[in-house]
Design a protein around this ligand. Structure first.
Ligand code: G6P
Length: 482
């Protein structure tokens, strides 16, 4: 039967990501009694049907250092946990993944740190993930590796299991070779990735950056979207393709929540609780230095200082969900942002009105959609962002075709949401005037923009994304020598 497979069984389709798509939960009502709850987010929604219907399994870390969890099944999904020691969490996850690769791939907004001990741990842990796949994959299985924490896995898989079809998707940007060049292990990373048959990126520019690095650092020849990997004697030994597949969201879920009377009521309540201001502006981000929260606050503060926005008329709700709090740069950022918010509110608040309602929490998706419905203007001012799904969620939630989106051109979503107010967050004057235009947008113009943006997202949800990637992965490759 499909429901309970013995742990020794082999799988035809495997997804590998740093984290398993479940979280520990203590609330016994919520979890079907096994102590786990499916994590929110589009990726798991898109892949869950394949996990449950076909012979699929998900390989990933279960989130608890130093703890061994046996393979198990949750809501019909087979899960293969990878164990990490607390030392590995520190070196591989907090260190190499989030203090080396993350800042390096996001335009070195924070300085990346290069430590050989972190790199050693990254290699060891990537091997652990690859070994779990090698053990559990059926002959000729399809394996889809996710994101920057696992860039060495494709090569490890190809070497041990040439029978596998290997896909990789990079959820974050891929930097230009001039920046990537800083990485002491640049050759190993490119070589690790090139073990894949198909490499997916968010934007065409990310795929282009990757291919230029493959040429520059590994001497690969690049023909259109193909990277020809050569062996020691110069013969082409493998062809990897690199292409853009912009990720999206679970559109149906957001639309349903946005039409749910309780959530609509909750949105009204949020406005009321804030004293029914004329305008609510909203920012929703993980508290990350890539998100440009400081730039956004600066623009908002100057608008208050100029008198172009009045605290009696407008409130900025900033949700900053806690993230990677053991990493130094994230601690510094929190201090900085909270200092700035305190300064703005101390200066402009009245007993009745607050300029910035700052919330250092994460919220369930129901509350997020209520916030989207409550907000007249959504501010996405990332300095660099692979995609930014918040922008897509906001647009999807606006079923009345009202509201306005201010969107950074440095977020992948700018490729799809062309009717947003596109901004360069470093240009504070430009950002301020975009915010003012969004705040004062005539309803007719708002509708025109929102309609076009909604159509784009409604036609390209996360199922469309995964189907497009997997179809391309199955394609037979004809060598391009043009
Ligand atoms: C980004 C990355 C994901 C990561 C997520 C949360 O979206 O692309 O791979 O899972 O951030 O970060 P965390 O470090 O908490 O997994």
């Amino acid at each position: 039967s499909r429901t309970k497979k013995p742990t020794a069984s082999k799988f035809e389709f495997m997804v590998v990501s740093n984290r398993l798509p479940v979280d520990r939960c203590s609330d016994a009502d919520d979890d079907g009694g096994d102590g786990w709850r499916r994590s929110p987010g589009g990726l798991v929604t898109a892949l869950a049907p394949m996990m449950t219907k076909s012979d699929g399994a998900w390989v990933g870390w279960h989130g608890a250092p130093d703890e061994t969890v046996r393979p198990f099944s949750h809501e019909g999904m087979d899960l293969v946990p990878v164990q990490l020691s607390s030392h590995e969490v520190e070196l591989y996850y907090e260190g190499f993944s989030n203090a080396t690769i993350w800042p390096l791939y996001h335009d070195v907004i924070a300085p990346p740190e290069f430590h050989r001990t972190w790199w050693d741990s990254y290699r060891t842990v990537n091997k652990k993930f690859a070994d779990a796949v090698i053990r559990h994959a059926a002959d000729g299985a399809t394996v889809w590796v996710q994101d920057y924490q696992l860039q060495l896995v494709p090569r490890l898989l190809r070497e041990a299991r040439p029978d596998l079809k290997i896909g990789f998707f990079n959820h974050i940007p891929f930097p230009p070779p001039e920046i990537f060049a800083q990485l002491p292990w640049r050759r190993e990373i490119i070589d690790g990735l090139l073990g894949a048959d198909l490499l997916g990126f968010q934007r065409p520019s990310d795929a282009g950056n990757f291919m230029r690095s493959a040429r520059r650092f590994l001497g690969a020849s690049v023909k259109q979207q193909q990277v020809h990997v050569k062996g020691p004697d110069g013969e082409v030994t493998h062809i990897a393709r690199a292409q853009a597949f912009p990720i999206s969201i679970d559109v149906d879920q957001i639309r349903e929540l946005a039409s749910n009377p309780e959530i609509i009521e909750r949105a009204k309540q949020i406005r009321k609780d804030l004293g029914d201001p004329k305008t609510i502006l909203l920012g929703v981000d993980r508290l990350d230095y890539t998100k440009g929260i400081g730039h956004r606050l600066k623009a908002f503060e100057e608008l208050l200082a100029d008198g172009q926005i009045k605290v009696e008329d407008a409130t900025l709700i900033q949700v900053a969900s806690p993230s990677r709090e053991r990493v130094e740069q994230y601690r510094l950022l929190r201090e900085e942002i909270e200092g700035t918010v305190g300064h703005i509110n101390g200066t402009y608040d009245t007993i009745q009105n607050t300029a910035v309602r700052y919330l250092h929490h994460s919220y369930p998706v129901e509350e997020m959609v209520a916030l989207y419905l409550a907000a007249d203007v959504m501010l996405v001012t990332a300095l660099r962002d692979g995609m930014n799904l918040v922008a897509k969620e906001y647009v999807t939630a606006r079923s009345e075709d009202d509201g306005a989106l201010v969107l950074s051109e440095f977020a992948g979503a700018a490729d799809q949401l062309k009717q947003a107010f596109l901004i360069n967050p470093h240009d504070i004057d430009g950002l301020k005037s975009a915010i003012l235009r969004a705040v004062n947008l005539p309803p007719k113009e708002a509708r025109r923009r929102m309609k076009l943006m909604r159509k784009q997202i409604l036609d390209h949800d996360v199922d469309y994304w995964s189907a497009a990637f997997l179809a391309a992965l199955e394609e037979k490759v004809v060598r391009d020598d043009s």
